[in-house]
Design a protein. Structure first.
Length: 454
């Protein structure tokens, strides 16, 4: 009888905001909370399901149900119940209570939910329970650094990383990688712990697997956070051969704007660290990015490809020669010369062109190189008198692309201002000549008039 009534309420409020409000206002919450302590598993299951549906995407009901003391009995069901179905429904209710609700996140953590949740991630737990627990943990820690720390300290990271394995059912793997991404977001301490738990190889494997776009996106988010943590974690990402799948995602026509941005950001973090970029001895993994250098690509895509090549070219002369031999320079020049190319992209390409000048065969670079060689020979001659050997730097000193681009934009603005000043001056000069001519003509007419009168 009781489980039937709870089931009816559950169906009534499922994905129905209007009914959620009406049922809550009718006073259904206290009796549903009381049913969680029933001695009958079927009643507990239906009561937990009804509460889960009642609070789903409903901030008001989330607060009301938590205020009705529903959290402690729901937490109790995670550890006390021997029924997997009851545990799943209790986890779902807790998950929905926490979603986007910082206050409830703290209440659930304080109620002792974390230890039983972590315990249910073990390999002996049925897949359906693991999936719901991983989903609940993802909502529990989202954008909450305090709870992120508590969950990590409770030992949740190793079992979650174990669930990233290719042997894990897809639906469980999807929630595990989501939970890992939530644990890493904005938390350097957890980022280091996740990397140390050997999460990088399976996360990289997700990028090149047949996993869903959502799984790849969550895995990429985790890698982006890890790569932004420290030199040690960046070395782990580089050592796991992440560049190839990351570049693959950047070049994939079906890649979303968010995925492109995260992949580009991760690659940029690796290349920006001199202690990591030195491990890249070939331009090969980056060459597919040349396909993004065309005028039909979006501004962000062209800029991302050009900036990545700038960082790669700054590593060593051999890599610059490899880029030149692979034909990277002609499409760069074509994009820069096109009138429709945005200024930011043109300036970034100009910066890249400067870095590639020692391997570029265009007239501008050859002329500059001859001038440089002549100056270097003179300096070497002068230096030999002093007992020093003149040398040419073999590695381009890395420059911050953002700073360089800002300088180029400022230079462009100065040139534009000079042109406008010259144009204005020329216009004013023409106007003066016109007025002078008009004035002179007027005098001639006066003289003629005077002659006629005489």
């Amino acid at each position: 009888m009781q489980d039937g009534a709870a089931r009816a309420l559950s169906r009534l409020v499922c994905s129905n905001p209007s009914n959620q409000g009406k049922v809550a206002d009718a006073g259904a919450i206290p009796p549903l909370v009381a049913l969680l302590s029933s001695s009958t598993p079927a009643v507990q299951e239906q009561a937990a399901t009804a509460l889960a549906n009642l609070v789903a995407n409903n901030p008001d009901n989330q607060t009301k149900v938590a205020s009705a003391s529903a959290i402690p009995p729901l937490v109790e069901l995670l550890s006390a119940s021997t029924s997997g179905d009851v545990q799943v429904r209790a986890a779902t209710a807790l998950s929905n209570l926490c979603a986007g609700h910082p206050c409830n996140q703290s209440k659930v953590a304080s109620a002792g939910a974390i230890p039983p949740m972590v315990a249910l991630l073990s390999a002996s737990t049925p897949g359906g329970v693991q999936e719901e627990i991983a989903y609940a943990l993802g909502n529990l820690v989202a954008a909450n650094s305090d709870v992120q720390g508590k969950v990590a300290s409770a030992g949740a990271i190793p079992p979650l990383v174990a669930l990233l394995s290719a042997c894990t059912p897809v639906h469980v793997q999807e929630q595990a990688v989501r939970a890992v991404a939530s644990l890493c977001a904005g938390n350097p301490c957890n980022q280091g712990k996740v990397a140390s738990a050997c999460a990088v190889p399976p996360l990289v494997a997700l990028l090149s697997s047949s996993a869903s776009a959502h799984v790849q996106e969550q895995g990429l988010a985790s890698l982006m956070h890890i790569a932004g943590c420290s030199t040690q974690t960046r070395k782990m990402v580089a050592a796991a051969s992440a560049i190839t799948p990351l570049v693959g995602l950047m070049c994939d026509p079906g890649t979303t704007e968010l995925t492109f941005t995260m992949a580009y950001s991760t690659v940029g973090s690796l290349l920006a660290d001199p202690l990591v970029s030195v491990s890249f001895t070939s331009a090969g993994p980056f060459l597919p990015l040349v396909t993004l250098l065309h005028v039909n690509a979006s501004e962000d895509v062209m800029l991302g490809a050009a900036r990545t090549f700038y960082q790669v070219a700054s590593i060593s002369p051999s890599i610059r020669r490899e880029l030149a031999a692979a034909g990277v320079i002609p499409p760069l020049m074509k994009v820069r010369a096109d009138r429709s190319t945005p200024p930011r992209v043109k300036n970034m390409i100009s910066a890249l062109h400067r870095v590639l000048s020692d391997v570029c065969t265009c007239r501008e670079c050859v002329s500059n190189q001859k001038h440089l060689n002549g100056r270097t020979a003179h300096e070497a001659s002068s230096s030999s008198v002093l007992g020093h050997a003149g040398t040419v730097p073999s590695v381009v000193e890395p420059v911050d692309p953002d700073k360089l681009m800002q300088e180029l934009l400022e230079e462009e603005e100065r040139e534009k201002a000079v042109k406008e000043t010259k144009a204005k001056s020329k216009k004013e000069k023409k106007q003066r000549q016109k007025e002078k001519k008009k004035k002179g003509k007027s005098k001639e007419e006066q003289v003629l008039e005077h002659a006629i009168l005489e």
